[in-house]
Design a protein around this ligand. Structure first.
Ligand SMILES: Cc1ncc(COP(=O)(O)O)c(C=O)c1O
Length: 373
């Protein structure tokens, strides 16, 4: 299967499975901003290259200064590292939960990070019939059942839903530590009102993790950060490997934050394009759920299996994410990135033929698994 390492965007596996070169795919299985990277990123990379024989700033001061201005939090409340994945891992190592509650379906790395920290997870069930909203009562029940920490996506991956105020208050009231992963929140025009960074900077036990790889389309560089009370940031620093954010990533990240036009363009593009794509998916008989992120969770029509559809599209050079590896979903769901109009049109026509080809086939496509081995 395409998600053999647990994630979308795996072009090497796609190439082995579908017999095409890695750059011969349109990738809807990972969720990058299709307008990125920002124009200044290349020059920033070359500037950093000229200083590649020196260590990067061990305290990432230039980037933390810009982040401090962006979010209105002190620099001491920010830690910069090698992607949100590292920030999540370190937050959980700092917390050392016995039992951490995580949304199901949710991002698989939360569970891995909890396990790295010596704990185990307990699911907070999200229900399709409730639009996958997280109910505050689920959190209260998990805490009553022994969960001492909560890890939540805001918005959640793969559902694209942000947290309600009641769920946030329930988590903060019931558990000694809360990690809120805002990896995709910069795609929301309501980011300012929704973000918990300012609260995290003042609240011991609340950790907000952020990614710069999705909005600025630099996953190959790796860059993310964490916002927490300065005492918590000090603890994170003591657990981290030095220089985990490299010099090129730091320089590109600063240039990306300076590009206000890039951010404005992305925010103007996403809501109408997502609405357009959702409507077209619905007209193919699919059921996309409302999303505040740059991806859509989609329920397939009766009789279509995600794995078979993924294989049919993959052979034609279009990658989609099967949601079968997300707990609580299974073969009836896929996740799709929102991309540029011409790419979205290619997706729609591939889906139309893929649905016709796979409808009613209940067995997994044998060649996909066979070629993966
Ligand atoms: C919800 C979520 N959080 C965090 C990450 C990790 O992001 P980064 O590339 O910054 O490590 C991902 C990556 O897919 C993600 O989907």
């Amino acid at each position: 299967m395409l998600e053999r390492y647990g994630h979308g965007g795996d072009l090497e596996t796609a190439s082995a499975l579908y017999g095409r070169a890695p750059d011969d795919f349109v990738d809807f299985s990972s969720n990058m901003n299709p307008w990125g990277p920002p124009a200044g990123a290349r020059e920033a990379m070359l500037r950093a290259w000229a200083r590649i024989d020196a260590y990067p700033d061990p305290a990432a001061r230039a980037l933390r200064r810009r982040l401090s201005e962006k979010h209105g939090v002190p620099m001491e409340a920010i830690w910069v590292g090698n992607g949100a994945a590292e920030a999540i891992d370190l937050a959980l190592r700092a917390i050392r939960p016995a039992v951490a509650a995580v949304a199901a379906p949710g991002f698989a790395e939360y569970e891995t990070a909890v396990a790295h920290a010596g704990g185990r997870t307990r699911d907070l069930a999200l229900r399709a019939e409730e639009g996958f909203a997280l109910r505050a009562e689920e959190i209260a029940a998990a805490a009553a059942g022994g969960a001492d920490a909560v890890v939540l996506g805001h918005p959640n991956n793969p559902t694209g839903r942000t947290l309600g105020a009641d769920a946030i208050e329930a988590a903060l009231g019931a558990c000694r530590a809360v990690v809120v992963d805002e990896a995709f929140l910069d795609f929301s025009p309501a980011e300012e009102e929704l973000t918990l960074v300012r609260r995290a900077a003042e609240t011991p036990g609340l950790f907000v993790t952020r990614s710069m790889t999705k909005f600025y389309a630099i996953p190959g560089l790796r860059l993310g950060y964490l916002v927490a009370h300065p005492d918590e940031v000090e603890r994170i620093r003591s657990l981290a490997v030095p220089w985990s954010a490299n010099g090129i990533a730091l320089e590109v990240g600063a240039a990306a934050l300076d590009d206000a036009a890039f951010a404005a363009r992305t925010l103007a593009w996403l809501p109408p394009e997502r609405a357009w794509l959702s409507a077209r998916l619905a007209s193919l008989g699919l059921h996309p759920y409302p999303s505040e992120a740059n991806f859509l969770l989609v329920r397939l029509p009766e009789g279509v299996r995600a794995g078979n559809l993924q294989t049919a599209l993959g052979r034609g050079g279009v990658l989609i994410r099967s949601a079968a590896t997300f707990r609580g979903l299974g073969e009836a769901y896929i996740r799709l990135a929102v991309k540029r109009r011409e790419q979205n049109e290619r997706l729609l026509s591939a889906l139309a033929s893929g649905l016709a080809e796979t409808a009613g086939r209940t067995d997994p496509a044998p060649s996909a698994e066979g070629r993966a081995r």
